[in-house]
Design a binder for this molecule. Sequence first.
Ligand SMILES: [Ca+2]
Ligand SMILES: [Ca+2]
Length: 323
Amino acid sequence: MKKLLLFVIPAFVFWSNTLHAQTALEFDGVDDYVNAGNNFALTSYTKEVWIKWDGITGQNNAVSGDLSNPHAFWAFGNRMRAGHGSPFSTVIDPVELVVDEWIHFAVSYDGNTGEMVLYKNGEEIQRDDEEPGFVLSQVYFAAFPVEDDLNIFGGSMDDVRIWDNVRTADEVRDNYDACLNGSENGLVAFYDFEDGAGSDTAADLTGNGNDGTLIDMDVDDAWVEGINCGEDPVELDPIEITRFYPNPTRNKVHLRLNASYDRLQVRVYNRYGFLVRRKNVHGPKDKVSARLKRLRRGYYYVMVINRDTWDYDYVRVYKRGRH
Ligand SMILES: [Ca+2]
Ligand SMILES: [Ca+2]
């Protein structure tokens, strides 16, 4: 039905902003960063992050501290690396970073042995010894602030996790692309970046209060499409309304869909773009209906949304009668 409805009223632009996949934060590579505070006191730790690097040269800090609490998890010289104190390059990815691709990195540090291990997409890629005895306290995303220099990261970041222990290789591999809920044992800060457009905060979902504050970022544009945690993304056909009837109608319109869907939402918008009806439908269902009873005569847009993918289709229906 979409092909028949190439005209779009301005209000539909607003609608599309409210329908999104999982989100991430995009950093402009100039001065954007997040301050996650200094309430950490970790003598052993594991940091995890998904990054999509946009290729800018420079220091590209992902999850780091600052000069007073120097630890760095960063992409310098086109290679992801980690360390603390100096040198900061205790472990280095032997392979150069690819631009514009989501990659997961994790680094663990054992404060008792000094051992540091770097993982890429769940697999160990390097390990080395660091001097034992570091305490991680301050955390920034996308920056390592020193005087007049932020050592900024350019690109997107998603699903930052900070643990107060040494995650094992099995734990990293089994969970790097899983969805966490924040209550996992040892997780001291967790940011899934689902806060959404307009938010100047990246909430810490652990309940430990390590919320991140967006600094010098455009809170409307910085929230972009992120990784989809959980199962491998299944390629689903876009939802489509294949038939709707009756039209015009007095009471109800029935909509047939191109496939069965588990979680649907039906919305009715008036011709000014205002939402006048909304209901969730639990499936699997390949047909739904929308009530137009008690609405004024005129044109309405009936939208069906697949709540698993936020994909949608809509049709225009004429409501006849006085009510
Ligand atoms: Ca996310
Ligand atoms: Ca900025």
